[in-house]
Design a binder for this molecule. Structure first.
Ligand SMILES: NC(=O)c1ccc[n+]([C@@H]2O[C@H](COP(=O)([O-])OP(=O)(O)OC[C@H]3O[C@@H](n4cnc5c(N)ncnc54)[C@H](OP(=O)(O)O)[C@@H]3O)[C@@H](O)[C@H]2O)c1
Length: 294
């Protein structure tokens, strides 16, 4: 059975390096240690982040302090082949979930992250050419070798999840969920996670920051208006409220933060102290949808 136990909030690494904040080594160190001090020990990576450079940036920390490893949960992903200077053999952006690619990608991630095991490996996006039994075989091999403890998927439809899960027991589906991106509430993704007793992970929980930058977006205007009143009631800022909305769902969603700023991670964590009233949850949903939802 699935014995994966992760903290309720996961720290996303996508924007920490060259795809975002370009944190210096010192700031990177401070950020990661600040998260650990808050008990937020799970970090979400992917082979491709920073054009295949971000895992190694994180690995530098472990190289210098290998005792950190036992305090961490490392999640990473494979299966997207991007064109990049350091991947001259990729001639087109494509998906590859072949056993060869999964295994070689894991070997590279282990090396880059300076670790001998990954806690959770996700197939990053569904591959039209995926062969469930071949994937299951590579997962079993990696698990038997102790190189990966658990396996999941990302951006899979419920039927794609079902197809692979029939060959290998998956522990999560990481999908985009926020008040402004609510497909998972209706397309069966969250129902399926509840049925299997696994926790979905929500990427872009603040819609990639759009909640704070797309001020002319009608959905943002409506959510901000309703949110401002609720922030007073719950004594928090809007970002905390948006996390609390996700956390209130009975699927026990694990939000994956995107910020590179510790104070914004503190704001995310504060949401763990809020239990949103049922009607307030619906108030925000109605505001996001722009119409009655019941
Ligand atoms: N599986 C997938 O396909 C997939 C796809 C995308 C992402 N992910 C994962 O999900 C993680 C989160 O995604 P995301 O980065 O899109 O998350 P997000 O939290 O929705 O967006 C993060 C962005 O919002 C900004 N932001 C956060 N709080 C803010 C605030 N209070 N005020 C103003 N701006 C704020 C951040 O800037 P600052 O840094 O300045 O705070 C950052 O640019 C990624 O790191 C990655 O691990 C997975």
């Amino acid at each position: 059975m699935n014995q994966l136990k992760l903290p309720r909030i996961i720290i996303g690494a996508m924007r920490l390096g060259s795809w975002g904040a370009h944190l210096s080594k010192n700031d990177f160190n401070l950020f990661v240690n600040g998260c650990l001090d808050m008990g937020l020990t799970a970090f979400d990576h992917a082979d491709i982040y920073g054009d295949y450079t971000s895992e190694a940036q994180f690995g530098e920390l472990l190289k210098e302090n290998s005792s950190l490893r036992s305090q961490l949960h490392l999640i990473t992903k494979c299966g997207i082949k991007m064109m990049a200077e350091n991947r001259p053999d990729h001639h087109i952006k494509s998906y590859d979930s072949s056993a060869n690619h999964i295994i070689s990608s894991v070997e590279t991630s282990l090396k880059n992250l300076s670790t001998d095991y990954i806690d959770v490996l996700l197939i990053h996006r569904p591959d039209y050419l995926m062969e469930p039994d071949e994937i299951a075989k590579s997962f079993t091999e990696l698990q038997n070798q102790g190189k990966v403890l658990h396996f999941g998927v990302s951006n899979f439809t419920p039927s794609q999840f079902e197809l692979l899960n029939a060959s290998f027991e998956l522990v999560t589906n990481q999908v985009e969920i926020s008040l402004l991106k609510r497909d998972a509430l209706d397309d069966g993704t969250l129902d399926q996670c509840m049925r299997y007793g696994i926790q979905p992970m929500a990427w872009s929980p603040l819609k990639g920051g759009a909640m704070f930058t797309e001020m002319a977006d009608p959905g943002v205007i409506r959510v901000t208006k309703v949110g401002d009143a609720l922030c007073e009631k719950y004594n928090c800022e809007l970002d905390t409220l948006l996390y609390a909305w996700l956390l209130r769902h009975p699927a026990h969603i694990l939000p994956v933060t995107g910020s590179s700023k510790l104070e914004r991670i503190v704001a995310a964590k504060k949401a763990l102290d809020i239990t949103m009233d049922r009607e307030d949850w619906y108030r925000l949903l109605e505001a996001a949808a722009g119409n009655e939802v019941a």
